[in-house]
Design a protein around this ligand. Structure first.
Ligand code: HEC
Ligand code: HEC
Ligand code: HEC
Ligand code: HEC
Ligand code: HEC
Length: 640
């Protein structure tokens, strides 16, 4: 029998990871896991409505691998062909994602069979095929590693029956098959509430092709029917998976989330009564994007979009391309469309795809991950991050005010809560260009952020006293996805149209931080150090922090955490991306003129006193604390 250690060495050798800098464990016992108690959940605790796994291949025709589609929908134009951009998207690689493999192992360690829930969303084909009963990847077939694939998405059905209209359809399109599917589910009590999310999707049992166009000139698919589905152009389709909740919890009247009675489904099936891990869809649904839409005159999103008014997730994440929807239609003006949706799903992940490519080794090209496509995908994600925000700098007396405006369709950042973060870095220079001071410094070699003297945007999900007692983990422990039951902190910047009431309602309110209704920006003040004549402020985003990657390395017992960690090291430790960078030259000013009105008077004194003991506005001396020193500076420069 191979020891775990032996297996690890083979893995190392096969992906060429020998050498300095990589973490090779000396003993594979895992620190900190010794006394942990697993929560004794079963698959019943993770039950959710929607189409259920069906092992009977006659009633539910299997989900086909993407190579059944790439022959016509791929290999012709890297920007247009659905396959060519999908295959290098995180959704295309969601079941090969090494960070997911590690988090999946940890979830199963933490709560028995929690992996069932993870697989349902990250590898829906495997789940629907009944190959996730063990909660891990051991029963996956080769096609299951396709992750969220073509055939799955193009068989998804609108659970609210939708509004299929028969007007103008070619004869080969049947506009009304859905009542049958929804009726059958409803009869079994399985029809999901459309707002539930959590991968409670409805999937057509038949091999059909549901898509956004009602004018497809000819059905090239042989047997499979073409079905016009407006749902595919609606954010609700994405919402099925982009609101993630842990169903093992229910609230007490106090609001505290406690474990349900185990061994049975969630009592209300209301996502408001579950732990809110991700709320990207709800954030969007309660923003201006979902109502009137938002115009971007600079066309930063949407590709070839006719108006530049961005509404749906698809508008921004599947930008319109001029070209053919299939290889035969590309290059012919009669069959090209101005709006073939690019399947790039560009988001914020700038390194994991390279990790997947490395793990595939020589097979990467065979699976579609050519170097050119991988580089294009990472470049699209970096561009998406740069388009996500704008920065405005202002000098207010002796303070530098750094304003970040969220231009995305949800919180910034949004989505996965663990390890994702954005922060401000400010460098102050003297008249000769020598750096005097730096806030939010990041060390590229050690991947260490000095978070103490700057603003970091993130969410912190933790376990409370009750779960700590049940699992023997420390109170406030982060990163155990299957166990977290308390949002301790969330200062991520809301989108346009934000209101506190609506965000509280969907479990997406700011916590430990305040944004007034309507505010989709945030401002941070830095005291300008004595002698500083200019500054450069940079807004950084990082996909996977060192703290998170060390956690998975040290916590996953099956070696998957070490693999993920080593890939992270090999690919630059998730190098931060500069989303915005702006410089400013300071006008001569009095450091005690806090409101920047040119005089030092009672107004400034009030500002100083109201921030006494804190930091930011009022810190005339620039030493990071507002105290007597600042009062002396103010009084010495009093102009009245
Ligand atoms: C033999 C070639 C061929 C194969 C193989 C093929 N398709 Fe298509 N498909 C086409 C053509 C041609 C169109 C029309 C494109 C257009 O009008 O822009 C199309 C259109 C579609 C549409 C759009 C339907 C609409 O109403 O908007 C979807 C969805 C689709 N295909 C999915 C798939 C999936 C999923 C697979 C693999 C399981 C697949 N196709 C395999 C040729 C093919
Ligand atoms: C106005 C354009 C826009 C709309 C509309 C929009 N997004 Fe985004 N999205 C962005 C930008 C820009 C980013 C990169 C910045 C970030 O990470 O938040 C992003 C990032 C993401 C990420 C990665 C987040 C992270 O930090 O890990 C996910 C997931 C995502 N979007 C999903 C969605 C879904 C689902 C919807 C609809 C419910 C949607 N988006 C609507 C622009 C948009
Ligand atoms: C995450 C779900 C998802 C996945 C995975 C996905 N698609 Fe799509 N696809 C969509 C959506 C949504 C649209 C419509 C977008 C819109 O209306 O803006 C679409 C549109 C299309 C169209 C219409 C374009 C045309 O000209 O007919 C085709 C064809 C298509 N997809 C094929 C594929 C193929 C092939 C794959 C796999 C390589 C794939 N899709 C993977 C969601 C998906
Ligand atoms: C079956 C569930 C499912 C559906 C449906 C789905 N997604 Fe996703 N999506 C995921 C998962 C899971 C991931 C994360 C994969 C990973 O990182 O391993 C993801 C990742 C993403 C990302 C990349 C985030 C990043 O960090 O770069 C974007 C953008 C995104 N989805 C947008 C969409 C849009 C737009 C739609 C609707 C057209 C959609 N998704 C529909 C499950 C889904
Ligand atoms: C309802 C859908 C859904 C479920 C269930 C789900 N996830 Fe995810 N997961 C997502 C989406 C969507 C993203 C991408 C968000 C983003 O990029 O910000 C994601 C991202 C992740 C990532 C980040 C991957 C990376 O490359 O950085 C990890 C790790 C992860 N999920 C682990 C899990 C585990 C473990 C479980 C089970 C306990 C789970 N997920 C259950 C939808 C889901």
């Amino acid at each position: 029998m191979k020891t775990r250690h032996g297996l690890w060495l083979i893995l190392c050798a096969s992906i060429g990871l020998a050498g300095v800098g990589f973490f090779v464990p000396s003993v594979l016992g895992v620190p900190g896991s010794g006394g942990q108690v697993q929560v004794p959940t079963s698959d019943a605790d993770f039950f959710l409505p929607g189409t259920q796994p069906n092992k009977d291949s006659i009633a539910f025709e299997p989900i086909l691998a993407s190579n059944n589609c790439s022959y016509c929908h791929g290999e012709y134009n890297m920007d247009v062909a659905p396959f060519d951009s999908w295959v290098v998207s995180m959704m295309g690689q969601s079941a090969r994602d090494p960070v997911w493999h590690a988090a999946l192992a940890i979830a199963n360690q933490d709560a028995n069979l929690a992996g069932e829930l993870c697989i349902r969303c990250h590898a829906p084909g495997a789940w629907l095929g009944g190959r996730s009963a063990t909660g891990d990847l051991s029963q996956f077939g080769a096609e299951d590693f396709d992750g969220i694939n073509c055939h799955f998405c193009h068989r998804v059905v609108n659970p609210t029956a939708g509004s299929l209209s028969a007007v103008g359809y070619p004869n080969n399109i049947d506009p009304t098959p859905d009542p049958e599917i929804l009726g059958a589910l409803s009869a079994e009590g399985l029809l999901p509430d459309a707002a539930l999310g959590n991968a409670s999707f409805v999937v057509d049992p038949h091999d059909v092709r549901r898509g956004p166009f009602d004018d497809v000139p000819m059905n090239f698919h042989g047997g499979p029917e073409l079905i016009f589905s407006p749902y595919h152009s609606d954010g609700a389709m994405c919402g099925t998976c982009h609101d993630v909740s842990n169903p093992v919890y229910s609230p007490l009247p106090s609001g505290q989330l406690v474990l349900n009675q185990l061994g049975q489904p969630h009592p209300t099936m209301d996502k408001g009564d579950m732990f809110p891990e991700q709320r990207t869809y709800s954030e969007w649904l309660n923003s201006t994007f979902a109502t009137t839409g938002v115009s971007f005159p600079d066309n930063r999103f949407g590709g070839n979009h006719p108006t530049g008014v961005m509404k749906s997730c698809q508008d921004c994440h599947m930008p319109d391309q001029q070209g053919g929807g299939c290889v035969f239609y590309d290059g012919d003006p009669k069959t090209e469309r101005p709006n073939v949706p690019q399947h790039s799903f560009a988001g914020a992940n700038t390194w994991v795809l390279r990790g997947v490519q490395t793990q595939m080794g020589d097979d990467a090209g065979y699976f579609g991950l050519t170097q050119e496509r991988v580089d294009a995908s990472i470049a699209r994600n970096i561009q998406m991050l740069r388009d996500a925000s704008d920065m405005v700098l202002n000098q207010v007396g002796g303070q530098l005010a750094v304003k970040i405006i969220n231009q995305s369709g949800h919180k910034l950042p949004t989505g996965y809560p663990e390890g994702r973060r954005a922060w401000l870095n400010v460098k102050f220079f003297d008249a000769t260009g020598v750096m005097l001071a730096e806030r939010g410094a990041y060390n590229m070699q050690t991947a260490t952020l000095n978070a103490g003297d700057t603003k970091v945007y993130l969410a912190r999900h933790v376990i409370d006293e009750a779960i700590a007692a049940a699992t023997h983990l420390p109170v406030g422990q982060m990163m155990h996805l299957a166990l977290s039951n308390k949002v301790e902190f969330d200062n991520r910047i809301p989108p346009r149209g934000f209101t506190n009431a609506a965000f509280v309602e969907v479990g997406a309110a700011p916590i430990g931080y305040a944004y007034p209704d309507g505010q989709y920006w945030d401002t941070t003040n830095y005291a300008i150090p004595a002698g500083a004549k200019s500054a450069v402020a940079t807004f950084y985003y990082q996909t996977s922090s060192r703290e998170y990657m060390e956690f998975v390395r040290d916590t996953a017992l099956n070696g998957s955490g070490v693999t993920a960690y080593n890939l992270w090291v090999q690919h630059g430790r998730s190098a931060p991306v500069d989303m915005d960078s702006v410089s400013i030259t300071f006008a001569a000013s009095n450091p005690a003129d806090f409101n920047g009105d040119g005089v030092v008077n009672g107004t400034d004194l009030t500002i100083l006193l109201s921030n006494w003991g804190g930091t930011g506005q009022g810190d005339a001396s620039g030493d990071g604390i507002i105290n007597g020193t600042d009062l002396s500076v103010l009084l010495a420069s009093w102009t009245g």
